[in-house]
Design a binder for this molecule. Structure first.
Ligand code: AMP
Length: 430
């Protein structure tokens, strides 16, 4: 048997209700904050990610799935969505219509990371990006929106980690101080970080190896190097979070794995997930639009990792199946013909209908209806056809009613409506 590729996974039907619930919650919430959906391709030119994420990052150096086309051009399965959204903003000249664009997207990303619990090679993200607004209010509002999202999913135990990465004016002084310190005290650094202290010293702050972490503990704090404008921006983000009652921790070593961030950088972590504890991350990238060949437009965004949210939600609730409203148990050729028509009509009306068109006994069919959790079973066989009726059984109360063949659709609909009127509605997923 041919098996899955390592680090990839199937998402089975019994988990899909949870995925849909999480995605729909995000869509409804983000749209109420003014975001509109965009969909971008999964394959892009490798150069897009090399130029945006940065040459000396883990993602670009070793985690991208990159292939040559027949013409020899390198194309990449996207490792993240921001670069593609920026490309679309530029290529489709969205900025010319209105430089302020609030966009969100959801879909799979691909990174050749070492697979482990909570870390996959194909994983799913929801991204939200705002172009054209420099104000710190929008940074704080995005973090607020994210915390609302997690609250709506009943996900608790979260911490907002916040930092400012400065701008091209003030960051060089910090980089210099950091690489000086790493030269002096960096004996315990891993070989990769020894290379990086020249090429990209900020990345050393992100290295999880214990030797590097102990060196980094004494690193200068970037927040001490911010220019006046960046410091003011950062203070305002913090003040806005406080005003909205969102607790946060300033983490001066939080740099995130992508080079394009400026000023605000944040990560939302949970205490409930073990090593892979980040459920969302983001920040400002005021120089990226211009670096990719567009006008100078500020931007800020985040990505939420859906796989980890599903893992978290699954620890709180059992995976739920989509149960049929009605199961049609039709025995015999003539009954199946009727049942075929009813199942098409009921499905068209949005009633979840299950029928397997098998030639099995009523007992076997009832067993399957039970296993699927059907609310009702509609039974019809030769005897019923002779009598001109079908039998509708309420599987919860076990009550059975006869319905004339000519009025089956109306009868089923009115029983289902009556049953759902008596049942509490709402969100039973989480
Ligand atoms: P990033 O795009 O690296 O800023 O990551 C944003 C979020 O995506 C993280 O906080 C994770 O929740 C999720 N994520 C990133 N990489 C993976 C992965 N390999 N597997 C599962 N989730 C991931």
């Amino acid at each position: 048997m041919i098996q899955l590729i390592r680090g990839f996974k199937d998402i089975l039907p019994n988990e899909i209700e949870l995925w849909k619930h999480i995605e729909q919650t995000a869509i409804t919430l983000f749209e109420s904050f003014g975001f509109r959906q965009i969909r971008v391709p999964i394959l892009e030119k490798a150069a897009l990610f090399q130029r945006s994420i940065g040459e000396h990052t883990d993602i670009v150096e070793k985690e991208m799935y990159t292939f040559p086309t027949e013409k020899g051009e390198l194309i990449t399965l996207r490792p993240e969505a921001t670069a593609s959204i920026v490309r679309a903003y530029l290529q489709q000249r969205m900025y010319a219509k209105d430089p302020i664009q609030k966009l969100y997207t959801l879909g799979p990303m691909f990174r050749k990371e070492r697979p482990q619990k909570g870390r996959y090679r194909q994983f799913y993200q929801i991204n939200a990006e705002v172009f054209g607004i420099e104000s710190p209010y929008i940074d704080a509002q995005m973090i607020f929106m994210l915390t609302r999202f997690f609250r709506q999913l009943s996900i608790t135990g979260l911490e907002v980690h916040l930092n400012s990465l400065g701008c091209p004016l003030c960051r060089p002084a910090f980089k210099k101080a950091l690489s000086g310190m790493l030269m002096e005290k960096g004996d315990a650094l891993c070989s990769e970080c020894i290379r990086r202290r020249d090429t990209n010293p900020l990345r050393v702050l992100d290295c999880k190896r214990p030797g590097c972490q102990s060196v980094v503990e004494n690193a200068p704090a970037i927040t001490d190097y911010l220019c006046d404008d960046c410091a003011r921006h950062f203070d305002r983000v913090k003040a806005c979070l406080e005003r909205m009652g969102i607790p946060y921790v300033v983490s001066p070593r939080l740099v995130r794995g992508l080079d394009y961030y400026t000023r605000t950088a944040f990560e939302i972590q949970t205490r409930e997930l073990g090593a892979q504890n980040a459920v969302a991350g983001g920040g400002r990238y005021d120089t990226l639009v211009e670096a990719l060949g567009g006008p100078s437009q500020p931007a800020v965004g985040f990505a939420v990792g859906l796989d980890r949210l599903v893992d978290l939600a699954l620890t709180k609730t059992r995976a739920s199946e989509l149960t049929p409203d009605i199961f049609i148990a039709a025995m015999g050729e003539a009954a199946q013909e009727k049942a075929f028509e009813w199942s098409c009509e009921l499905g068209r009306e949005g009633i979840k209908t299950e029928i397997d068109f098998s030639d099995r006994s009523l007992k076997a069919l009832m067993k399957r209806a039970n296993r699927l959790g059907a609310g009702y079973v509609l039974m019809v066989g030769d005897q019923e056809l002779d009598r001109g009726t079908a039998v509708l059984r309420n599987m919860r109360t076990r009550e059975q009613t006869e319905i004339a063949l000519s009025g089956v659709l109306g009868g089923v609909k009115s029983q289902l409506r009556a049953a759902s009127d008596g049942r509490p509605h709402g969100d039973s997923q989480l």
